[in-house]
Design a protein. Structure first.
Length: 453
């Protein structure tokens, strides 16, 4: 009996010892972290060096002057590329890409204003690029040089193992949005920074997140060498399927002449669509506001995206854009020539809302042909007039006065600006007039209206 008691007591004591041992903390020399402790990985010294090179480039101040401007020397470009080749993963973030674009624009504009050529050295597989900005007269020429500079730099800071052609990426039937008319399969896709351990992981991340940096070297195929970025479409950021173009005009300061040049050339192209019958009036399908599943056809002076583009470009200008001749051309297109079209197929007319405003539909059941014509002409004139040049009740006749561009006259010709058309007046009833600098009005008659002798 005593033996059994002693045996039970011993087993009980042993059990207590084991339970105490299980509850004891881990030894101090253990490498296992606590739940709240973060694991810090050793920093890649090569990645740190590349990041330092990038930051130095981004922090350089560029200004026009007598000293030659140099984006990168040949030696420095080679140093950067050799370091980038050794990176274990890409380092560029979305913010980096935007900062590079802004810095590239600042450098290019400084070279242009200082009348200095832009030169990029050959580096590894990258061909040299030469551009003389002083000889350029059109925005497209400036943009092409900037696009080359930006694409060259984004490529330079991306490891070779993490460069993908669009034909490699978009193989499953899905194609991301791209600049108009650009085939996404010819884009050169650069993954954003990530902890990738292989090329296939980065490729999967681009597909799943629908996000990457894209370059458009239009004259390059995957097998051609060297890589010449001289002729590129604008680079962009694909972010969760959405496309953000890294345009020169968007990166330049608001008061820089390049933005005015871009806006003016773009507006001229868009204005050509609605003056002197150079462009057919689009007829599109829309969905009724009440019965969303029932489509109907309408005429539009501009499709929604183009209307917003016109407004954005117009607001960049520091002076009026429309001339008297332009207004007469708008009148002709949206009434005289269109009258026959509308008469045959009398559909509603849709005025796309801009800056968040609602669309306005002009119904043939509710308005006469003349009433709709005046509304369309007034809409177009307002769209092409900067808000700073729209005036309310400027003279005796109430309404909105839209300032016109000044008249060009030959040297020595008598010209009295106060007597020439200076404004388009649109009254509350959408009557249309030309007004001179003294407020004298001249009606803008539509084709079938009787003009007094």
């Amino acid at each position: 009996m005593n033996v059994k008691k002693r045996l039970c007591s011993g087993l009980l004591l042993l059990l207590c010892v084991l339970l105490a041992a299980c509850a004891a903390p881990l030894p101090e020399e253990s490498s296992a972290p606590e739940e709240s402790e973060e694991i810090s990985l050793p920093e890649d010294p090569n990645a740190k060096a590349v990041r330092a090179e990038l930051e130095e480039l981004l922090e350089t101040e560029w200004s026009a002057g007598d000293e030659p401007l140099e984006w990168l020397t040949a030696e420095r470009a080679e140093t950067i590329r050799e370091r980038v080749k050794k990176l274990k993963a890409p380092i560029l973030t979305e913010a980096d890409a935007t900062r590079i674009a802004e810095q590239a624009a600042a450098f290019y504009l400084a070279a242009w204003e200082g009348k200095q050529p832009m030169s990029l050295p050959a580096c590894g597989l990258l061909a040299a690029i030469q551009r003389d900005a002083e000889r350029f007269f059109h925005y497209a020429e400036h943009a092409e040089a900037y696009n080359a500079l930006l694409a060259y730099t984004l490529y330079l800071f991306t490891p070779p193992d993490y460069l993908f052609w669009g034909s490699e990426v978009w193989v499953e039937g899905w194609f991301a949005s791209t600049p108009s008319g650009v085939d996404p399969s010819v884009a050169l896709c650069l993954p954003f920074a990530g902890d990738y351990t292989s090329r296939s992981e980065a490729l999967t991340a681009i597909r799943e997140r629908q996000s990457c940096i894209r370059l458009y070297p239009m004259s390059i195929s995957s097998g051609e060498r060297p890589l010449d970025f001289s002729y590129c479409a604008v680079s962009d950021l694909l972010q969760e399927g959405g496309c953000t173009a890294l345009e020169l005009c968007m990166m330049a300061e608001e008061d820089n002449p390049i933005r005015i040049l871009w806006a003016t050339e773009g507006l001229e192209t868009l204005l050509d669509r609605c003056t002197y019958s150079t462009h057919d009036i689009p007829m599109v399908w829309v969905y009724d506001n009440v019965y969303a599943s029932v489509p109907s056809r309408v005429y539009v002076p501009f499709e929604s995206e183009d209307a917003q583009t016109v407004r954005d470009m117009t607001e960049l200008r520091s002076s009026p854009f429309l001339w008297e001749e332009d207004v007469l051309g708008i009148l002709e297109t949206f009434h005289e020539d269109a009258f026959g079209i509308w008469f045959v197929v009398d559909l509603p007319f849709l005025l796309p809302g801009v800056d968040g405003a609602e669309n306005v539909q002009l119904s043939p059941e509710e308005m006469t042909m003349n009433q709709r014509s005046r509304r369309i002409i007034a809409y177009t004139v307002e769209l092409f007039t900067p808000s700073a040049y729209r005036y309310t009740n400027l003279f005796d006749r109430p309404g909105t006065y839209y300032k016109l561009a000044g008249r060009e006259v030959p040297p020595g010709t008598y010209y009295d600006p106060e007597k020439e058309p200076s404004y388009v007046l649109v009254t509350e009833d959408y009557e249309l007039y030309l007004a001179d600098g003294e407020g004298n009005l001249r009606p803008l008659y539509l084709a079938e209206e009787v003009t007094p002798a």
